[in-house]
Write a protein that binds this ligand. Structure first.
Ligand code: PAZ
Length: 319
């Protein structure tokens, strides 16, 4: 493995996003939709960028094989629903094919489980799923799509993810104190730089391939220092060893100047997380099997973000 690259080199050598112009337009439209014009000027709804799902590291330019990161996208999808409910506009930056807001309860094997054919041969939602489907359609239309406060952007590779994150972070909606980053995606730490990657499928006839992985530049630092210095930043830390979890979360908090780090263990991440802030550690636990842990997490974060916005406004009036 070779040392950390600098962020500029990463972006200069990454394959450019194919739909960059379309994404820029979508961000501008989203921003306009979620701006409130008042007597005092233009104000914005609090906006959060939720990242969700794992990034891949391609091993070949015409990619057949890749290294993946663990994440179903469930946390990001559930959190998006609760942020929308709390009045946020949400940019849902997610892995293609990962779990989606308002569809989390869809059965893994087949959506056909939801459906029945009635006596007149008409297809209808099965009685067992009527309530769940009705509630989801209601929320989906009213809060997410009908209100125009949900923007979905998709990535697969680490190259796409970081370019999109930079575009979102430097777009008007997330740069001020009303912007939040909720970085739940599982992002690759190591990658194969595009220019040193095999162009075509690696052939087995050549024996086991040898390749050098480079370290992905630490973009949390760039997000905090350059892209969105005023935004409220929440990053996630996933570990498998409980002995190092909080220590690693503390390190991320201080090194990257995050406002909050949500620490979780692979074995228990659906049941509990530790919310690490400067000077405090709160364990949040799921109270019963019907509850989403994300409901409690988002409630807590929205309160802290709101205090952060008020604090910044008071600082500004004092100047
Ligand atoms: O997406 P999911 O619900 O399956 O898992 C969520 C999670 C464990 C990926 C997330 O809580 C998390 O810790 N994300 C950061 C991962 C990391 O440290 O790279």
């Amino acid at each position: 493995m070779v040392g950390a690259e600098d962020p500029e080199t990463f972006f200069e050598t990454a394959p450019p996003l194919r739909d960059a112009d379309a994404v820029r337009t979508k961000l501008q439209e989203f921003n306009a939709r979620n701006s409130i014009i008042s007597a005092g000027g233009v104000d914005r709804r609090p906006t959060v960028c939720v990242t969700s799902g794992g990034t891949t590291v391609p091993l070949e330019q015409r990619c057949v094989r890749y290294i993946d990161n663990f994440s179903s996208g469930h946390r990001g999808a559930a959190s998006t629903e609760y942020f929308l409910k709390a009045g946020y506009a949400v940019i849902f930056l997610h892995r293609r094919g990962s779990c989606q807001p308002y569809c989390r309860f869809l059965p893994d094997d087949s959506f056909l489980k939801f459906l029945d054919v009635n006596e007149e041969s008409k297809v209808q939602v099965a009685e067992s799923h009527q309530t769940a489907v009705k509630e989801s359609i209601w929320d989906y239309c009213k809060v997410g799509y009908g209100g125009g406060s949900l923007l979905k952007l998709q990535f697969t590779t680490i190259f796409e993810y970081l370019q999109l994150l930079r575009m979102v972070a430097t777009s008007v909606s997330t740069v001020g104190q009303r912007g939040m980053f909720y970085l739940a995606a599982a992002v690759s730490d190591f990658y194969v730089p595009w220019d040193s990657m095999a162009k075509h499928k690696i052939q087995s006839a050549g024996g086991p391939p040898e390749m050098r992985l480079s370290q992905v530049p630490k973009m949390l630092a760039v997000l905090r220092d350059q892209w969105a210095p005023l935004a409220f930043c929440v990053s996630f830390k996933l570990e498998t060893n409980s002995d190092i979890l909080v220590q690693k979360a503390d390190m991320a908090l201080n090194k990257y100047k995050m406002n909050i780090v949500v620490a979780n263990l692979l074995a228990t991440y659906k049941e509990q997380v530790i919310i690490v802030t400067n000077g405090a550690r709160n364990t949040v636990r799921r109270r019963n099997s019907d509850e989403d842990l994300e409901e409690q997490i988002i409630k807590l974060l929205a309160q802290k973000h709101s205090k952060y916005i008020c604090g910044s406004q008071m600082d500004a009036t004092r100047v």
